[in-house]
Structures are given as structure tokens and as C-alpha cells.
Design a protein around this ligand. Structure first.
Ligand SMILES: [Zn+2]
Ligand SMILES: [Zn+2]
Length: 522
């Protein structure tokens, strides 16, 4: 652990102890013990314990700009307040202003600070957070004295839900720091600048909040590693880190820990350090490895794009084939294909295919898994398709046992090529249905049925944690765009992110095969 990190741990320990009302002498004694433990193990059990003992609301209050330890303690002791909600009430009804050394202006600042914290902790979907982060990075990069801006944090790790935006701003040298902080404060859209020596918090008029870490070129690698990894990843990494730098790029940091560079999506502290040390990191799939686009709806069901437009768009984007999958007949809610539409659509696909010798449209369908686990249409119609995605749409409210049996039965149907969006979740909107995924994945592996990572940014279903499990079980994964128009092709980037987060290589994905090999699988 380096000096700065040690200092940050010791500062946190002091803050928590002072909140408890411990004397300066006790604080020093704890800090000495913590320093010895940090030197020996790189961790501090004292800090972990204090974190647990302190009401989480108090720790949050310390993040409000202008509220130091002394004031938070005063609030806690005098008003018995332990949460931000209670503090907000007290700021409004005058109790806070009435405390010694507070007054109306402080109370008003606290109220604003709470509102800002709320904004900061608002959870966003990955694709929204990514857009926002790219906009902010661009604005920061235009400031005088800034050499480069890197997006870091959970956005760079491609978590499906994002709370905080983090950036590393690389500048010309230590002499520029002060001037740069002033420029950040004056940057377009910035309404407030706060934070400590280590990191700067920028609040934007849009409501966005950004953690900014300033670094010189020589510190850039370490700063980016620190601003990106999860707490567990960093703890494991720092325990191996030797030397004093300089660490201008991430490779040099990992090298100093005896490791190859680890892709950001894997930096969750979930075995990647051990795998890297053993030379067993997977070679993660990249978007350019994809040859086929799967799970695309057309104007035959609830999409807006025609078969022909799909073919042109995919071919222009470098794909070799597309798998069209409209909804099946019982999906009245989304205008599913009636049996006679199937014939019409297939004739249209044949006609489009005659236009190309370097691109193919495959005839697929997203067939509903009915309540008893059978597939919509029945065998005679299903036989006409090149491949079948089997998905659950209505009837979510089954018990786990019933739902699992329903899906297992669909996997047993020889028509099923791919299990679509396997848990039905809608991020921030609908919980996954009750299902025993372990059994489902095992059966999929046995039957040679692929399981979808649905790339719709509102779904990202299968969850990346289970993607990794699926890979362990030998399940093939299908990346489904679930696109209803050509614009939905951008979903693929989110799907690739989740596939990478689930440790997938190109070989693990169905979409990386050429059309012939895909058809053999189907
Ligand atoms: Zn669906
Ligand atoms: Zn769909």
C-alpha cells in the first residue's frame, strides 16, 4: 500500500473514532495499531469494524460538503439524528439552524448538500451512464492544461447499474494542479466543486455528479487503476504491489504486482487476480468477433424495420448473417406472426437472399413458451424455421418449481435453439421471475441449447454473474440484440460488455460462427 492510501485509511479511522467521541490520544493509539496492521497485511480490521459500528447515515453525512466530523457529531448527539432523511427534516424545521455554531446559512447549505448527495446516488442504467460519462469526459478534455481524460469507475467496468461517475484527468505537472481545479470549477455546466485533496467532486447543472482524480502523466496508470477497480480488486492488487513507480500506464502497475494487464470488466475481485497470476485469464470476446446478429424483430411483429432493410444495415455493419426472429402467434400483444404470415415472410427472406452472395438472412422465430412448457405453433410450423428462440412472455407469476419445470420442458423440445432472456428481468423496473437457474443452465448444457444474453440495455439478461457460471457448465451463449429497429443494433455493444464481464471468449458465443456453422448448431 502506498503512502496516500495509508493516509486515507488513517483519516477514515480518525473520523469514525471522533464521531464516537473518542479522545485525541485514543485516536492516535488506534492509528498506530492500524499503521502496523496495514504494513503487515495491507488491510485494516479496525476500519472494517468502525464502519460496521457507525450508523451508515452518519458516514453519509460526512460526504455533505461543509459538514465535518465535529458538526456531524453535534447533530447526532444533540438531535439524535442518524439518517439523511431525519437531517433533511431538521434542516427544514429550524432545529438544525438553532444548534450552536450552525445558523440559517449552514442549515440551507446542508439542505442543498443532501439534495446533491441524492442526485449522486441515483442509480442509472449502464447505457445512460455511459452517454453521460462520454459527454463529461469530452467537456473536461477541452479544458486548458488537460492532456487526457479517462472514464473510470463502474462505467468502465461495465456494471449494469451505475451509481457514480469517475474520471481521471491527466495534466501537465504538479504546478498545474491549483489552476486546473479553478478551471474545473469554472467549466461549463459545473455548479459546485467539492471534495478532498485526493478526489474532486463536480456537480453539474444536469444533476450529474462526477468524481475527478487529477494525475500527472507519471501517476496516470496508478490513478486509473485505483479509480476503476472494485474495492475487492484493489485490496487484492495492492497486497501484491511492490516498488514506488512511476506508473504511467496500467500495464506498469499490474507488472509491479507480477500480473498481466487485466481488462476493466473483470476487475471485481472475483478471482481475476488469481487467474491472472496463473496465466489463466480468458481472451475476452470483442465486438468485431461477431459474425451474426441474432434476435431481430421486423415489421411482421412489433418491429419497424423490414427484412430487406435489416439485411442492408447488417451487411453495411460488417455482419455476415442475421437471424430474424419475430414473435409467435400467441403473442397477440406484440402482433405475433400467424401461420400464414410465416409463409409470406419466408418468401420475402428468400427474395432478399437472392440479392446477395456474401450475406444471409436466416429464418428464426421468438416462440412463446406456453404455460405448460410447450412451444407456440407446434412442430409442423416450427419445422419451417432455421432456428428457434424460446422465450417466456406472459404468465410470470408462477412458483419457482412450476416456472423451472416450464422452462426445462421448453429446453427438451428439439426445436429450441436458444433460450431467450432467461429471467425476464427489466432493470430498475421488474424483478426476475422465480426460477432455478442452476438447473436451467445444467439442462441447457446437456441438451446443447444456447442461453441468451439479451443485449437490450433494460434487460441485460442473463446476468453477467450467471454468464460466468454458464461458461463453467459449458453452456453456449447467444448474444441477442432484441432489436426492434436498426437503431437497436447499438444494443450489441452492451451485450458484448456483459459477455466480457461474464469472462466469455469468442468461442463461447454462438454469434461468432459463420452462418453454416450456426445452422449446424441449430
Ligand atoms: Zn422476448
Ligand atoms: Zn424479442
Amino acid at each position: 500500500m502506498d503512502r496516500l492510501a495509508v493516509r486515507s485509511v488513517l483519516e477514515h479511522i480518525a473520523a469514525f473514532l471522533e464521531l464516537k467521541g473518542e479522545s485525541a490520544a485514543r485516536v492516535r493509539a488506534y492509528q498506530d495499531a492500524a499503521r502496523r496492521e496495514l504494513a503487515a497485511t495491507g488491510r485494516s480490521s479496525t476500519l472494517d469494524e468502525l464502519r460496521e459500528q457507525t450508523p451508515p447515515g452518519l458516514a453519509e453525512m460526512l460526504r455533505i460538503s461543509g459538514l465535518g466530523v465535529a458538526k456531524v457529531r453535534q447533530i447526532h448527539e444533540r438531535l439524535h439524528i442518524e439518517s439523511l432523511a431525519e437531517l433533511e427534516d431538521a434542516a427544514q424545521d429550524g432545529r438544525l439552524a438553532a444548534l450552536p455554531r450552525f445558523g440559517r446559512k449552514t442549515a440551507e447549505n446542508v439542505r442543498k448538500g443532501i439534495a446533491a448527495l441524492r442526485q449522486a446516488s441515483e442509480v442509472r442504467l449502464l447505457h445512460h451512464a455511459l452517454d453521460e460519462a462520454q459527454g463529461i469526459a469530452q467537456a473536461l478534455a477541452e479544458l486548458e492544461g488537460v492532456r487526457r481524460v479517462e472514464i473510470a469507475g463502474s462505467v468502465r467496468r461495465r456494471l449494469e447499474l451505475i451509481r457514480d461517475l469517475s474520471f481521471v484527468v491527466i495534466h501537465g505537472g504538479n504546478g498545474m494542479r491549483e489552476a486546473l481545479i479553478q478551471r474545473l470549477d469554472d467549466a461549463p455546466g459545473v455548479i459546485e466543486l467539492g471534495g478532498t485533496e485526493g478526489s474532486i467532486t463536480l456537480r453539474f447543472a444536469s444533476g450529474a455528479v462526477a468524481q475527478v482524480f487529477l494525475a500527472t502523466q507519471a501517476e496516470a496508470g496508478l490513478a486509473l487503476v485505483r479509480a476503476t477497480g472494485s474495492a475487492d480488486h484493489l485490496a487484492q492488487l495492492e497486497a501484491r504491489l511492490t516498488g514506488t513507480g512511476p506508473w504511467p500506464d496500467e500495464e506498469s502497475v499490474y507488472r509491479a504486482a507480477g500480473l498481466p494487464w487485466i481488462p476493466p470488466e473483470l476487475r471485481e475481485g472475483m478471482g481475476e487476480i488469481t487467474a491472472a497470476a496463473a496465466g489463466r485469464l480468458p481472451r475476452l470476446v470483442e465486438q468485431r468477433d461477431l459474425k451474426g446478429l441474432l434476435h431481430c424483430h421486423t415489421n411482421y411483429s412489433d418491429g419497424t424495420t423490414t427484412v430487406s432493410e435489416w439485411a442492408d444495415a447488417c451487411r453495411a455493419d460488417g455482419y455476415e448473417w442475421i437471424g430474424i426472429t419475430d414473435h409467435s402467434e400467441s403473442s397477440a400483444y406484440s402482433g405475433g406472426l400467424r401461420s400464414e404470415d410465416v409463409t409470406r415472410q419466408h418468401a420475402e427472406i428468400d427474395a432478399v437472399n437472392r440479392r446477395f452472395n456474401d450475406f444471409r438472412v436466416l429464418k428464426g422465430v421468438e416462440a412463446d413458451i406456453l404455460a405448460d412448457g410447450s412451444l407456440d405453433y407446434g412442430a409442423a410450423v416450427l419445422d419451417q424455421f432455421d432456428f428457434v428462440i424460446a422465450s417466456i412472455h406472459p404468465r410470470f407469476g408462477m412458483s419457482e418449481t412450476e416456472m423451472t419445470e416450464r422452462v426445462l420442458r421448453a429446453l427438451d423440445d428439439p426445436h429450441t435453439t436458444i433460450l431467450g432472456h432467461p429471467t425476464g428481468r427489466l432493470l430498475l423496473a421488474r424483478e426476475p421471475y422465480a426460477i432455478d437457474l442452476e438447473r436451467v443452465l445444467q439442462r441447457a448444457a446437456e441438451r446443447g441449447v444456447a442461453v441468451e444474453v439479451n443485449a437490450d440495455p433494460h434487460r441485460l439478461d442473463l446476468d453477467w454473474r450467471m454468464v460466468r457460471r454458464a461458461r463453467e457448465l459449458g453452456v453456449t451463449i447467444s448474444l441477442g440484440a432484441d432489436a426492434h429497429s436498426v437503431a437497436g443494433m447499438t444494443n450489441v455493444a452492451m451485450g458484448v460488455a456483459i459477455a466480457r464481464k461474464g469472462w466469455l471468449t469468442a468461442e463461447d458465443l454462438l454469434n461468432t460462427r459463420d452462418a453454416e456453422r450456426f445452422l449446424v448448431y441449430a
